[in-house]
Design a protein around this ligand. Structure first.
Ligand code: GLV
Length: 312
């Protein structure tokens, strides 16, 4: 029996199993395993994770391929232009992970500015001598400005969260500065990137990694941030020059960095672990059970619809 749906992983919840009941020619085989490589050329649908890039060369032998599903909202690990040219559809999981990712960005911001890591370590160390006026003083956020890169759903959800904490919000996005960003209860301004960076006490990244945003926050741009600014990244590592950010942390120019994503995950630059004032998470943005189940549902529905409508 030739394999029609080839997934690198079982997903959370019942949805991929249900899809397998409709399409018994579904196989789960680890990414780049012998079984996966052998099944690839015959597949009509692929399911991959964001950590499993596919290149044009992988897809060339796949004569029957109709759809690639990625268990992520980001699609930067897939050859989008090539897929467009060949009419291979890409299904990702927008919408359902918006709140989970915005929550995690806020968690990073709070952990960083209220020094949660150091506080936890102090209690566990047995060295805590009791309450003191100057013990682990953090930084307040109310009244300060949060610059957000990307005014898509996750950027706006994060904006609503920090607005509720009393922060001012400004946006930059790839579309330019025309029109305000609608947050529901209010609208806020879009600014040119340099103006936004000069004003951001907190800078939070929520734009996709594309040719336009790769390396967007280079050394010169990072240097525009005010002294002591905090950076939060739950988008993609490649948007920011990591070496430059690490240097600015060591120099005390940046107040801290809260990261969920890195340029070469999971082999991150060791400089991150040695840098002061960081909170480092292992790409957990969408990692709630509810969210991962919804992502699986969306992905499996998308694949089912495409296979059915193509008469497969
Ligand atoms: C997470 O980074 C995603 O793209 O879903």
């Amino acid at each position: 029996m030739s394999i029609r749906i080839l997934s690198t992983s079982p997903l959370i919840g019942p949805h991929i199993e249900d899809l397998g009941k409709e399409f018994p020619e579904l196989r789960i085989a680890p990414y780049r395993s012998v079984e996966w490589t052998e099944a690839l050329p015959g597949a009509q649908a692929l399911v991959v994770l964001l950590s499993e890039p596919l290149a044009e060369i992988d897809l060339k032998p796949c004569a029957n391929l109709k759809v690639i599903g990625t268990y992520s909202v980001g699609t930067n690990h897939l050859p989008r232009d090539y897929c467009d040219a060949r009419g291979i559809r890409i299904v990702s999981t927008p919408g359902v992970l918006t709140d989970a990712t915005a929550d995690l960005a806020l968690t990073l911001l709070m952990a960083l500015t209220r020094r949660v890591r150091e506080g936890d370590a102090l209690v566990r160390s047995g060295e805590w001598k009791g309450w003191a006026p100057d013990l682990l003083l953090g930084s307040g956020l109310a009244g300060k400005t949060c610059g957000i890169l990307g005014s898509g759903p996750i950027g706006r959800a994060f904006a609503r969260r920090v607005r509720a904490m009393g922060m001012e919000v400004i946006f930059w996005d790839r579309g330019g500065t025309r029109g305000a960003v609608d947050l529901g209860a209010e609208t806020v301004r879009r600014l040119p990137l340099d103006d936004l960076l000069r004003s951001s006490y907190v800078l939070s990244l929520h734009c996709p990694l594309t040719d336009r945003t790769r390396g967007l926050l280079n050394r010169e741009k990072l240097a525009l941030l005010p002294e002591g600014a905090f950076i939060i990244n739950t988008a993609r590592g490649g948007i920011m020059d990591e070496k430059a950010a690490i240097e600015l942390l060591h120099a005390g120019r940046i107040g801290g960095a809260g990261l969920d994503v890195y340029e070469n995950e999971p082999d991150i630059d060791p400089g991150w672990c040695a840098a002061p004032r960081t909170v480092l998470l292992p790409h957990l943005g969408s990692a709630t059970r509810e969210t991962r189940e919804e992502m699986a549902r969306l992905l499996c529905d998308g694949i089912r619809n495409i296979l059915k409508s193509s008469g497969a």
